[in-house]
Design a protein around this ligand. Sequence first.
Ligand SMILES: O=C(O)CCC(=O)C(=O)O
Ligand SMILES: [Fe+2]
Length: 320
Amino acid sequence: MATTVSTIPVIDFGPFLTGDTAARKAVAAAMRQASQDWGFFYLSNHGMPDELLVRSFQASRAFFALPEAHKRELAWQSASSNRGYVAVRRERLNPNKPGDLKEAFNVGREEDLSHIPAAERPYRENRWPSEQPQFRDTALALFEGCVTAANRVLEAFALALDLPQQFFVDSHDQQHHTLRLLRYPPLPAGFQPQNGESRAGSHTDYGSITLLFQDAVGGLEVRTRDGRWVQATPIPGTVVINTGDLMQRWTNHVFCSTPHRVAVPKEHLTKDRYSIAFFCHPNDEAEIRCIESCSDAKNPPRYPPITAGQYLMERLNATY
Ligand SMILES: O=C(O)CCC(=O)C(=O)O
Ligand SMILES: [Fe+2]
């Protein structure tokens, strides 16, 4: 019997950004197929400036090199804020496994909070390391760059589903996204994971789409439809895009959210690994109701409508 060795698709986004209607439709169709088959794809020519990404990884490295006590002063406080520093083993992406061997720093949308009652501000306020003033500028520039790139991807998703181009973009315009810098600390040579511990336990992402930039170390693994784990090997110049549970629900499983994890790698485990994830979340009030072109007699709507805010809060509270 012939076996087909399949890998996570690499899609050239250039024709979507600069091409004619036919070229844009072809890119959108490729994304739809990849989202159906894998829930994951790499995007080349994604439009994010390389200089910004280089600067962001440098800023991340400098931030995580701060003394632990300084980082803890910026600790993550609540799911409703979802900002700040998350220490090693603090989070379990797979709630049945030990805490993840990673640390993280979350950034949300930066807003003018002067008109907000003081008691509510901590929930909407980013936390910044006072000893690194340039860190804030870089993180916010990266946030903006990710919003732009994510919106283009959301336009392609809309095109793939015969929706008005701005359908998803409009329901993300409050930018309830989370930018997350991640560091996976070095592990001792010969390190053997105990009780299924890993750098990040198997999970699906909660939101609509995730953009993931990874360094050259590797370790990200994606589950195939038949239950095997495949390496999402770093490919320079690309961003990994995956669809989250909310998008799966919205599209009635036409776009799938796929379990993935960061395993302790066989090589380079004594090196730290850095990645940057941008989790896109629709506006709190956005109603996540099965999209019409995603259901028919054979695939009737699988979920009742829910607001994005309610859904995401439930998922986040379960992780900590
Ligand atoms: O660091 C990575 O490669 C993946 C991280 C991830 O999947 C997550 O934080 O949701
Ligand atoms: Fe993830």
